[in-house]
Ligand binder design. Structure first.
Ligand code: HEM
Length: 374
């Protein structure tokens, strides 16, 4: 998606070819006109890149505005994964990742983490629901000053494989004003245009949903590359797999469904004992790295590289994690992005969402300091 990258037009500069001969009046007018045309051309390219001449061009701003149009504008909140709670703890590496990546995070030992659990969607006051996508976002603070940021979801594959696909899905699933529900005609038109999404959604629906945040597996979905000290590059995906046993979701009794029941259960668990996940690296063997709708075969080699422990929980109203952009391309040396086009799209969209929310006043989080006890 070119629109996602800053445009680097390198038009040859005709003006540098000027002759040293004195200019006559007519020449001067012609040259000024030529300069004007060049400047207008360059300005036009920037305006085009910004989507001004083509209202249908997909830019980060267009994408983030679409979130605001479909979920309403909620100042100060993330435009997606808007409802969340912040956490902290540490990651203990067992040293097994060193063979795959020279990243400092894989040296044996402990590094602090700060993170955030959230529900997908642009509404910060939505009621918790079992089938809403759950996320874990983490920032690993490495001893050499580097950071590894990752945002991972509890679904096996992503529903789209391009930014355009995400935008189309956003518009197709917007609630129709008359019913408050997505228009089925728009959804089926979307599925027809994006058969890869229809397949991915089938897989997502077939996966059993766990009881809450604590017993969910969170997946990177995008592929990345690990580089070890010998310069060997390995395509990978990663997952946080819970130590907490899987308990299948069951619908709360009617009347019992507290609006924050998933967050409240998470807070209660962390307050009673630390929660843990294994960081599992899956090694690709010629598997697709540029298509997050496709699963990798289940027999791929997996390496358990260490354990994440989460032992503190805090409302977004007071935690510094509210003001972190969990950009998936903030990676330490020894890790890099892959050819997956979603990675640069995410990076650009998160920056736009972050810039907008950081300049706005902050409304209180649905998961308040009273609930987290902090
Ligand atoms: C083109 C595709 C995507 C778009 C446009 C998009 C958009 C967004 C936006 C706008 C945010 C809020 C960022 C902020 O204000 O800090 C967000 C958060 C998040 N996204 Fe995406 N996203 C995309 C794909 C993905 C994928 C493939 C994953 C895979 C796991 C993912 C996982 C997350 C997570 C975990 C968060 C929450 C991070 C936090 O708690 O701060 N997203 N997304």
């Amino acid at each position: 998606m070119n629109e996602w990258n800053a445009m680097n037009s390198s038009e040859p500069d005709q003006m540098s070819e000027t002759s040293p001969a004195p200019l006559r009046g007519g020449d001067l007018v012609l040259r000024l006109a030529a300069i004007g045309v060049v400047i207008a051309g360059i300005a036009g390219l920037f305006l085009y890149a910004g989507g001004w001449f083509n209202p249908h061009a997909l830019s980060p701003a267009t994408m983030i505005t679409a979130f605001e149009q479909t979920s309403g504008k909620h100042p100060g909140f993330r435009r997606n994964h808007a409802k969340g709670v912040c956490v902290s703890g540490y990651f203990e590496s067992n040293g097994r990742g060193v063979a795959l990546s020279k990243a400092v995070v894989f040296l044996p030992g402990r590094v602090p983490i700060i993170g955030r659990f959230a529900l997908a969607g642009g509404q910060p006051y939505q009621a918790d629901a079992a089938h809403t996508v759950r996320s874990m976002a983490l920032l690993f603070k490495l001893p050499d000053g580097e950071e590894w940021r990752t945002g991972i979801n509890n679904i096996p594959v992503f529903p789209v494989n391009t930014a355009q696909g995400f935008y189309d899905l956003l518009l197709a699933s917007a609630p129709a004003p008359a019913t408050g529900k997505p228009d089925p005609a728009k959804m089926s038109a979307f599925m027809e245009k994006h058969p890869e999404s229809a397949k991915a959604m089938q897989l997502i629906r077939s996966q059993p949903v766990s009881s809450g945040f604590a017993d969910s597996t969170y997946n990177s979905l995008n592929a990345f590359r690990f580089i070890n000290a010998q310069g060997v590059m390995t395509p990978v995906r990663w997952a946080m797999v819970p130590v907490q046993p899987f308990v299948p979701y069951h619908a709360p009794d009617s009347g019992q469904a507290d609006k924050n029941y998933l967050f409240d259960a998470l807070i209660t668990s962390i307050q009673s004992h630390p929660l843990q996940w294994h960081l599992i690296i899956t090694i690709g063997q010629g598997d697709p790295t540029a298509d997050a709708t496709l699963p990798w075969p289940p027999d791929r080699q997996q390496v358990d590289v260490g354990t994440l422990t989460i032992n503190q929980v805090e409302s977004e109203d007071t935690s510094p994690a509210r003001d972190i952009n969990f950009d998936p391309l903030i990676l330490p040396s020894g890790m890099s992005g892959s050819d997956d086009p979603l990675l640069s799209a995410r990076s650009a969209a998160y920056a736009e969402s972050f810039t907008r929310r950081e300049s706005e006043h902050k409304d209180p989080s649905a998961v308040s300091p009273a609930e987290t006890g902090k």
